[in-house]
Design a protein around this ligand. Structure first.
Ligand SMILES: C[S@@+](CC[C@H](N)C(=O)[O-])C[C@H]1O[C@@H](n2cnc3c(N)ncnc32)[C@H](O)[C@@H]1O
Length: 267
């Protein structure tokens, strides 16, 4: 991959998806190399010419699927779920007691572990009262490939090992003779998966009570992060909570939110 080819791909991805791969030439090349040669393209430029001219968007989708990093796992940064159970949900239950509706958005859902855990927590927290509430977990990601896996909701045994036993018993059923586990319909029905690019204007009609945007802004530069955080703020209910990854750096002086803990913000 020549430098010129690399910067072409970098610009394409950065301008459309906010993802800054300026220092990741090796990763970009490693992820595209086989695809480009197996599909008979004479060079990365020839490939990008095709991507840019493909008005169906299929090639672009494939490129995004190859270049995004989708690593996630059940129980990741579980402290956030504890905080939800102990502080946020009791507050919201009281605040929304009359309307009984809650909008929750997971904006980088990857293969679904995070939004499914949110749905499990909500079922657990509200118990019998759950059916009286209108609770939606919207789960979005830019990668169509991970969304397909998320919708299937099937995970290897090792992936679910750390989930609390009572959640496993209640919200997962074994498939393939116990080698893999599938999320039950009861939980799948609570989560709506959609493809959505965080760089696009937000189309939400209702304001969000809880937003999870964890481990995605690490791929964006400072300016992109700032603009995104402002859009998230505008899309939230007053008093709503934003959760970001615990190792992410967000300039606390540069955000409209109040900082509750290093990775928890409140409108
Ligand atoms: C590392 S995963 C994080 C998954 C999960 N939130 C977690 O913390 O475990 C980052 C996800 O962000 C998604 N992503 C990257 N840029 C995006 C964008 N512009 N719009 C929407 N999703 C994006 C990627 O496709 C990927 O699945």
């Amino acid at each position: 991959m020549t430098d010129e080819e690399f910067w072409r791909i970098y610009n394409f991805i950065k301008s459309r998806y906010g993802i800054d791969m300026s220092r990741k030439k090796e990763i970009v090349e490693g992820r595209l190399k086989n695809y480009v040669s197996n599909n008979g393209f004479s060079s990365y430029n020839a490939y990008m010419n095709k991507v840019e001219k493909d008005f169906t968007g299929a090639l672009e989708r494939e490129l995004v699927n190859m270049l995004t990093t989708n690593h996630t796992f059940f129980m990741r940064e579980f402290e956030h779920f504890d905080y939800l159970r102990q502080i946020v949900l009791p507050q919201l239950r009281q605040k929304e007691e009359r309307k009984k509706d809650l909008c929750i958005w997971c904006g980088a859902a990857s293969t679904g572990q995070e939004p499914y855990m949110l749905a499990m927590l909500l079922k657990d927290f509200f118990g019998l009262e759950h059916s009286m509430w209108d609770i939606k977990v919207l789960a979005t990601d830019i990668s169509t490939e991970v969304l397909q896996q998320a919708i299937k909701g099937v995970y290897e045994k090792e992936q679910i090992d750390n989930l609390p036993e009572h959640w496993k018993r209640r919200f997962l059923r074994s498939v393939d003779y116990g080698n893999r586990y599938e999320i039950t319909k009861e939980i799948k029905d609570e989560v709506l998966f959609r493809q959505f690019n965080l760089m696009d204007p937000f189309p939400f009609k209702r304001k969000m009570h809880i937003v999870f945007l964890r481990n995605v802004m690490i791929y964006f530069d400072k300016e992109t992060k700032k603009e995104l955080i402002q859009k998230v703020y505008d899309a939230m209910e007053p008093g709503g909570y934003l959760f970001v990854g615990r190792t992410e750096t967000i300039d606390r002086n540069n955000v409209p939110f109040s900082l509750i803990q290093p990775s928890i913000f409140r409108k």
